[in-house]
Design a protein around this ligand. Structure first.
Ligand code: KMH
Ligand code: ZN
Length: 282
């Protein structure tokens, strides 16, 4: 974090998540058609990577292997986005179902580095599960994104890399997920503390501010040289009293902020290069 950050900004969109209900949020992408439509709009607005949770026919979160495969295939057919599947799922998903997500063959998978209180629930990520997911992802040449909800998760990342070495491709990309009730707060001070604690092996990082922390976290991340994740998984309010219209609205705002910061959005091909993925299309 010395001098002015340079280069381009990776914008990740997390369009759906596993928490919001379609009844409460009718514009949440839930069907495959809605997911693909939002992915295309977000790519046009500046996103390069999509973090995917899917829903079943009743719009409830699912890790159904067939539906996950269909989602990966449709996103690859209709967009150039880097496709990342969530292995976090919902707080109710079983470990074996979360591991089986890798069978769908995404470019990337999320990998949360520890258990965290998650509102009134607990998001469980015990060490043996982390290790199993890490090794299976590497065996399948899937690039993990390390999700860090707390400083303790960064300590666990040091331990993982120190014990098991680098992931497939050698890039170590992290996302600081901030502002979850139970995790680290979405403040500039917490972001700086987290970035300073990252292992030297980290090659890139982004930050996500949940709820009303979305803007302070995005601004802090840009000024500290980080990348951005936005989307309706994390934020349903665009501004005080104004619900989010759609994911592209959030991506457009992130792209404007990145451009003002002289770090405009990178293309999906440039994101593949950043993440050292096998199909590097730059
Ligand atoms: N839905 C949360 C319990 C991830 O995608 O890997 C977990 C989550 C993290 O969203
Ligand atoms: Zn997620």
């Amino acid at each position: 974090m010395t001098g002015a950050p340079t280069g381009k900004t990776l914008i990740t969109v997390a369009p759906t998540g596993a928490e919001a209900s379609k009844e409460a949020v009718p514009n949440l992408p839930a069907t495959l058609d809605e997911l693909v439509a939002t992915a295309k709009a977000c790519e046009a607005a500046g996103a390069a990577l999509i973090h995917v949770h899917i829903r079943d026919a009743d719009a409830r979160p699912t890790l159904d292997p067939g539906l996950l495969r269909e989602a990966v295939a449709a996103l690859r057919a209709e967009t150039s986005l880097v496709v990342q599947l969530s292995t976090g799922g919902s707080v109710h998903d079983r470990y074996e179902d979360r591991l089986r997500v890798l069978d769908a063959g995404p470019d990337s998978c999320s990998l949360t580095m520890g258990t965290v209180n998650f509102g009134d629930e607990v998001f469980m990520n015990p060490w043996p599960f982390i290790v199993e997911l890490y090794q299976q992802a590497r065996d399948r040449r899937i690039v993990p994104e390390f999700e860090l909800f707390d400083l303790g998760h960064i300590a666990a990342l040091h331990r993982l890399l120190g014990t098991y070495g680098l992931p497939h491709g050698g890039a170590v990309h992290c996302d600081l997920v901030m502002g979850v009730p139970g995790g680290m707060p979405g403040t500039a001070a917490a972001l700086v503390a987290a970035v300073q604690a990252l292992p030297d092996a980290v090659t890139s990082w982004s930050a996500t501010g949940v709820g009303r922390t979305t803007l302070p976290v995005a601004l802090a991340a840009l000024s500290a040289g980080g990348h951005l994740r936005v989307g309706m998984e994390d934020t349903l309010t665009f501004a005080k009293g104004r619900p989010v219209r759609d994911n592209a609205q959030l991506v457009s705002r992130a792209a404007r902020l990145a451009t003002i910061a002289q770090r405009p959005p990178m293309s999906p091909g440039e994101a593949r290069s950043l993440l050292r993925m096998k199909e590097c299309l730059v």
